[in-house]
Design a protein around this ligand. Structure first.
Ligand SMILES: [Zn+2]
Length: 248
């Protein structure tokens, strides 16, 4: 199918115009006009690009693209290596950042909740910060073990492991920045995101709100797979997920 028709469909489905983002959503590097085979991945790394080349894909669909606000814009070093490979093989690089975190069905946060059986009650921050509850009351240790089983990665857990958890907040990826505000809400027992910074340890201890960093990659690998599965079903295109097993 035509690349531009496919991208227009995704842009509309993900409501990209509703987001203030710090990366361009949609086509980032132009390849061939027609798309039959898609490789999807969390990040447009060189490994993902090499895999797309190996698979003779027409499109690499990712959550983390290649161009970020305040990043050095010059095409040198690792960036030159990535872009030159895409151009040489006419592979379209298509990226969806915040719209793919927030989508109510295919988004990273929705998929994380689905996999972990969490119930959503409300969202804020452009739909990125999710408030809800666990399937049943459980200890922080039980919650940590459940996350480890589902994401296949040991999370970093700050808090009393015997503490009872029911009301939670979550945001996939590098969203530790929401924690200073979230931990002020005494109803929230635990906050789950992908990454941690030094300060989160202190906020968690001082407010008795548990903090879990379950992995940036691990919390963001379901959204792009859900999106590409929806595309495959709608347009009968082939798609393959490249899982890089990034420990961060
Ligand atoms: Zn991310």
């Amino acid at each position: 199918m035509l690349r531009n028709e496919l991208i227009a469909w995704i842009n509309q489905a993900l409501e990209v115009d509703n987001f203030q983002d710090y990366a361009p959503n949609g086509l980032q590097v132009e390849g061939r006009d027609n798309v039959q085979k898609i490789v999807c991945a969390v990040t447009a790394s060189r490994a993902a690009i090499d895999y797309a080349i190996e698979q003779q894909a027409d499109m690499l669909l990712v959550h983390h693209g290649m161009f970020w606000k305040n990043e050095m814009p010059c095409i040198v070093g690792w960036k030159k290596e990535r872009i030159s490979r895409l151009l040489a093989h006419q592979i379209n690089l298509v990226a969806y950042h915040l719209p793919l975190d927030a989508h109510h069905e295919w988004g990273n946060n929705a998929m994380l909740a689905k996999r972990l059986a969490w119930k959503l009650e409300s969202t804020s921050e452009q739909g990125l910060l999710n408030i809800g509850s666990t399937e049943k009351k459980q200890s922080l240790l039980e919650l940590a073990n459940h996350i480890e089983r589902v994401l296949q990665r040991k999370p970093l857990v700050i808090g009393d492991l015997d503490k009872t958890i029911e009301n939670i907040a979550w945001c996939s990826g590098g969203a530790q920045g929401f924690f200073p505000a979230v931990c002020m809400d005494s109803k929230i027992d635990a906050y789950i995101t992908g990454e941690a910074s030094e300060a989160q340890y202190h906020y968690a201890r001082e407010t008795n709100t548990a903090f879990i960093a379950a992995g940036h990659h691990a919390t963001e690998k379901f959204g792009v797979q859900a999106l590409s599965a929806a595309i495959s079903e709608e347009f009968m295109l082939q798609s393959i997920f490249f899982d890089e097993n990034n420990p961060i």
